[in-house]
Design a binder for this molecule. Structure first.
Ligand SMILES: NC(=O)c1ccc[n+]([C@@H]2O[C@H](COP(=O)([O-])OP(=O)(O)OC[C@H]3O[C@@H](n4cnc5c(N)ncnc54)[C@H](O)[C@@H]3O)[C@@H](O)[C@H]2O)c1
Length: 235
């Protein structure tokens, strides 16, 4: 069962894997509960829950240029000429809330709905998608970093609770992955990312999917409450 805020996106992925799809907003707890119920009704059960929905702060070209200029000034030791980036001081309540809602509340609702089904059966697997920024917060995206760090804490907390009952819960921390999430990053921004990553490139979605598949299957039977990074050497 593939779900997404955009029904056509979910349907497109489902058609590639001969699956089913549903339009679901993960910030709506009743919708997440209903999606799990619909999955069980249509597929005969739920074995694996991947909590993957996410958003990124819009790319801000002007702030990005200031970051680049500041870095050059920092390297020359001229901190007094650096301009404040004003990321947190200009952030609206709405932007903060939305970032926390989609990531942290979305994963909470997803874990809760899955556990209500997994616990009586004493089996099940949950994979929560965090980020390397949850391990190494970014000054450019404090709300995203906080939400992703929260997902790591939630994963460890829930994993400890349900481990005796045959349920595994793990987190994946991708580095930069070449997906539509980064579609508004221009070539200069991508090059700066490549410079930061020891492997010198972005990941492909397939490389992350392999890790999620490993954590979803019997090969990872002794892994729970763990944080698995795939950051090309970053974090
Ligand atoms: N791409 C990266 O560089 C990167 C790095 C680290 C972590 N991640 C994380 O990986 C996950 C997948 O991201 P991606 O890179 O495939 O991006 P993506 O934009 O391709 O996919 C994210 C999907 O989440 C959906 N979504 C957004 N808000 C939603 C909501 N409220 N309810 C349901 N669906 C919603 C979007 O419609 C989109 O299809 C996200 O959690 C993201 O934070 C991505």
């Amino acid at each position: 069962m593939v779900t997404d805020l955009r029904g056509e996106t979910a349907a497109d992925v489902a058609s590639q894997i001969d699956g089913h799809s549903l339009e679901v907003d993960v910030t709506d707890s009743a919708a997440v509960d209903a999606a799990v119920a619909a999955t069980i009704a249509r597929c005969g059960g739920l074995d694996i829950m991947i909590n993957n929905a996410g958003i990124a702060p819009p790319f801000n070209q002007e702030r990005f240029q200031r970051t680049v200029t500041n870095e050059i000034l920092r390297m020359s030791g001229d901190l007094s000429s650096m301009e404040p980036l004003e990321v947190l001081s200009t952030m609206s309540n709405e932007d903060w809330d939305q970032m926390i809602r989609v990531h942290l509340y979305g994963v909470f609702y997803g874990c809760r709905a899955a556990l209500r089904h997994f616990q009586p059966r004493r089996s099940g697997v949950i994979v929560n998608i965090s980020s390397v920024l949850g391990l190494r917060p970014s000054s450019a995206a404090p709300h995203y970093s906080v939400a992703k760090a929260g997902i790591i804490a939630l994963t460890k907390s829930v994993a400890e609770e349900v481990a005796p009952f045959g349920i595994r819960v793990n987190a994946v921390c991708p580095g930069w992955v070449d997906t539509p999430l980064l579609s508004d990053f221009d070539e200069q921004a991508r090059q700066i990312i490549r410079n930061r990553v020891p492997m010198g490139r972005l990941a492909t979605a397939e490389e992350l999917a392999e890790l999620v598949r490993f954590l979803s299957g019997p090969e990872s039977s002794y892994c729970t409450g763990e944080v698995h990074s795939a950051g090309g050497g970053y974090a």
